[in-house]
Design a protein around this ligand. Sequence first.
Ligand code: RB5
Length: 145
Amino acid sequence: MKIAISSDHGGNNLRKEMVNLLNEMGIEYKDFGPHTDDSVDYPDYATPVAEAVVNGEADRGILICGTGIGMSIAANKVKGIRCALVHDVFSAKATRGHNDSNILAMGERVVGAGLAREIAKTWLTEEFEGGRHEKRVQKITDLEK
Ligand code: RB5
């Protein structure tokens, strides 16, 4: 599995924590930055990650900003993206199992590093359950037509 990851300035520290986690888990990734602490606009960093997922350069993505909200709104504008804004472990498991989410968004100003690591570990390892959830996810895809 390969992960595309980015943040804005409000998510820089948690993005680095997520990069550490990916290294610990032996998961390949591409870090789209930002590589300075300058103030940046979150859509500019959500887009390359969303496009990497849609074009197959990455299997899934992780996006971090201050709240996770801006990143998730921006990513979900890209056709084929199902970005879930998650701040608890239960939802991390459910959104993989039920929604087949392909991007995880979190807010550095919302969740601590320890919980964020548990959320990401769960989200990275849970599989889509398929079955009755297939047609529901397909109905989301149909909305893009
Ligand atoms: C940046 O100040 C902040 O607005 C951004 O990180 C994010 O929370 C937006 O949704």
